[in-house]
Design a protein around this ligand. Sequence first.
Ligand SMILES: [Zn+2]
Length: 87
Amino acid sequence: MPVPKRKRSRARRDSRFANKGMKVQSITGCLNCKAPIATHQACKGCGFYKGVKVLRTKDDRLVDRAHVRQAKMANQAEKNPSAVNND
Ligand SMILES: [Zn+2]
């Protein structure tokens, strides 16, 4: 009868069960933008969860920054109109 030459180390033996608890992640579609997302998590693309906006996304920040920039430009033009409009 064949017998193993050496004892298997604890690490080698236990690594066999390392992936036993792993499960395939369930994926669903975002209700707002239809992008594939993990269940029970907010969509990272549009920031919506169950039809409610819960995250500030990169696009939101871009829009906010554009508004701030426009306000700044308007303020500068108000203070010094000759420097901005040279038409
Ligand atoms: Zn989405």
